[in-house]
Design a protein around this ligand. Structure first.
Ligand SMILES: Cc1ncc(COP(=O)(O)O)c(C=O)c1O
Length: 376
């Protein structure tokens, strides 16, 4: 075994002292799930599982992809599923990556180039930021959802300009002003990239997300869709035009230098979207729960935290505070997770509550009653 270096030891000790050392746990199945990203219950769905297993049984596929897509890892199925996804999302083409993390890394590290400028919302997910760090382009954050701040910065932009946002922010649950971002992108000849991780499946016809729901697809340069959240399976894709797909295949290192997803993964994506098509009312159930949660919660929240998405946030500043509230909720039978600094800024620690189709109406009401009595 390797001896830990002094620096890594010190970092862990510091984390422990700050009360935010991470460790792996297994979800307690006896608690009511108000924390997973399984918004439509697809990850838990026996019916979807049976559909995937039955369809997989009829395929003559290898167990694994056996190589990268550019070597032996490509298949007819992979290409067909990418075409189906592109048609579903209203884009010319799609390219599947192993995860949303690698899709964002793959896009931002390769498409914007030296001399170009990327503007990204300051609350963007770590993988957008990490992609920007790997890019040779200049990357500049703008204040969260602040179009004035973005426009001020756009005036001094160099080279080709890219703007990155999320349709729904993962740790805040609020929406990006997508139509206004399209207007601004067009005014400054910038390319808008939208990460739909938390809207894929949960919004839009057949789960095509918010960009499609708002009929903005033709005005957005690229969209990142992920399949590990509402779609209940795994991996992600970048939807854009055919030339960008070809560019990514040639230059995006997180696509090129990795084993491809297996046919099982591609089939699971297909079956998850078919399952959603066959159960279009599921989105409505989710949105009824969202309305019910907002109507029943009396805890005072800044208007920006009154969310229309499945992700709801209650600020509970301080790591210990957030942890002890989550603990109290768990004693009452609810699995609600605290989000600690440094995942969010110090002072912005919070409870992140995710609503799902499988949460019963009474469970949503009783959770809000518990929150009301703990926090009002
Ligand atoms: C906004 C956003 N983008 C991308 C990702 C990464 O997606 P994946 O989990 O498929 O790697 C996440 C995951 O939490 C996310 O919240």
């Amino acid at each position: 075994m390797h001896k830990n270096t002094k620096k890594t030891d010190l970092q862990l000790i510091k984390r422990g002292n700050l009360g935010n050392k991470r460790s792996l746990g297994i979800q307690n199945p006896t608690l009511i799930d108000f924390c997973s990203n399984d918004y439509l219950g697809f990850a838990k769905s026996r019916e979807l599982k049976n559909k995937i297993v039955s369809a997989y049984g009829q395929l003559d596929s290898k167990n694994g992809a056996t190589g990268s897509r550019l070597l032996t890892g490509n298949s007819e199925l992979a290409q067909q599923v990418e075409q189906e996804l592109a048609a579903n999302f209203g884009f010319e083409s799609c390219l599947v990556f192993n995860s949303g993390y690698t899709a964002n890394l793959g896009f931002f590290s390769s498409v914007p180039q030296r001399g170009d400028t990327i503007f990204y919302d300051e609350l963007s997910h770590a993988c957008i930021k990490d992609g920007c760090r790997l890019s040779l382009a200049k990357a500049i954050p703008f204040k969260h959802n602040d179009l004035d701040d973005l426009e001020r910065k756009l005036k001094n932009a160099e080279g080709e300009i890219y703007i990155a946002c999320e349709s729904i922010y993962s740790m805040d649950g609020d929406f990006a002003p997508l139509a206004a971002l399209c207007d601004l992108s067009e005014r400054y000849d910038a390319s808008l990239i939208v990460d739909e991780a938390h809207s894929t499946g949960a919004f839009g016809l057949n789960g095509a997300g918010l960009v499609a729901q708002l009929e903005l697809s033709a005005r957005v340069f690229a969209v990142i869709f992920t399949f590990g959240k509402a779609m209940g399976v795994h991996s992600a894709c970048i939807a854009s035009n055919a030339q960008i797909r070809e560019y990514l295949i040639n230059f995006s290192r997180p696509f090129i230098y990795t084993t491809a997803p297996s046919d099982f993964d591609f089939l699971s994506i297909r079956m998850a979207f078919e399952h959603l098509k066959q159960n279009p009312l599921l989105q409505q159930v989710l949105h009824q729960h969202i309305d019910l949660f907002n109507a029943s919660l009396q805890v005072k929240r800044d208007s920006r935290y009154i969310s229309r998405s499945a992700v709801h946030v209650i600020l509970t500043p301080g790591n210990e505070n957030a942890k002890s509230l989550a603990h109290l909720l768990s004693n009452q039978g609810y699995d609600v997770r605290p989000i600690l600094s440094p995942t969010v800024k110090v002072g912005q620690e919070r409870l992140r509550i995710c609503l799902h189709t499988f949460n019963a109406t009474e469970q949503v009401i009783s959770l809000t009653q518990s929150l009301n009595s703990l926090l009002c």
